[in-house]
Design a binder for this molecule. Sequence first.
Ligand SMILES: [Zn+2]
Length: 424
Amino acid sequence: MTDIITQMVADRRHLHQHPEEGWCEFQTTHFVVERLKALGFEVLLGTDVILPEAVMGRDPAKVEKAMEDARAAGVPESFLEATGGYTGALGVWKTGRPGPVTALRFDIDCLAIEETSDPAHIPNAEGFRSKVPGMSHACGHDGHTAVGLGAAAWVAAHAEELTGTVKLIFQPAEEGVRGAAAMAARGIVDDVDWFAGAHIGCSAKLHEVGVSHHGYLATTKFDLDITGVPCAAGSPENGKSALMCGAALCMSLGSLPGHSQGITRVQIGKFVSGTGRNIVAEHTSMLLEVRGESTEINDYMAAGVERTVAGLCAAYGCTYSLRRVGEAVTYKGDEEAVELVKDAARAVPTVTSVVDMNAKVGSEDCTMLIRRVQAHGGKAVFFYFGCEHHGHHKPDFDIQDTASLRDGWGVFTGFLARTNGRKA
Ligand SMILES: [Zn+2]
């Protein structure tokens, strides 16, 4: 067990130095796949785990560049071909004995955030800072991936004590809630009886485990491009301003009415338009999102966006392309699975407290996999294992890997022992 924990910390530090953004995780996927194979897992990847038609928010130019980087880093061409351009992997362990199918999910992507240069930041102090300028694991998904590999090592070591099938899901593109939907749509969890996912940190303190009964806002992410007609400012009747259309949209979308049945959010996070002072702007691009306390409320907000964009673009004589680039639903755990995780957490020697923890705000696309599991009759749960931090998605985010990872690993493997352990 000490070996597994030492390896998890080493894996996390390796992954931390090589962060990759959503849909670009070719080196990470290769690292994961090599390990899973070495441990004796059957491994599926590419379009065997991703349904291309359901992929959201994947930029082909970034993917191309990431594949080049992977090649340069020594990832074999045969592996890149096998991915078909889609990152993520599924490790399957069949014990050959009758028993349930249990899936654990780990997300693998990083964020476009430059890691702090503060010498006190542990990755700087201990020499495993991100080697990729402008990219870092500022949400802890490097820790998730390492825990997933630790769980894989545990399964291989305890195979004789297990029944049924274990599936370890290494999911791409959680940031922007883009990756889970395509894995769910591919059907990889349709046979799953038990499912657990987790996040490090959030509201959980170091050595605390928070188990969720419900929570998360449903969300839809949109990319919007508006096209007008450019002309000289002196004769505006010849043009259609994509900038004015975008500005009107900002005001209208920002004041979309809320919903009496629960929380709503609308956010326009980016607005780019115009080429010069005396030119009627031809293009506007916007990145926006809505959220809702229930999937129905989120759908109501998303419909409001679609209606408003259509109406105002028509009013300003502009054309547009509005694309859904990310989606997550709300979470409702199954009490039986929640209890198993609580029981597992209480048995982890380093865990000092086990509490109920329901995320009121924020979104997480693990919910797409959970919803799919539940739709097919399986039971699912989401939990948090703690670390000390000043906020996720910040340059100084750190997870104290030597202390925190074993807690998460202990809960995941304890869950597996409870769902798939040989009772005899
Ligand atoms: Zn995260």
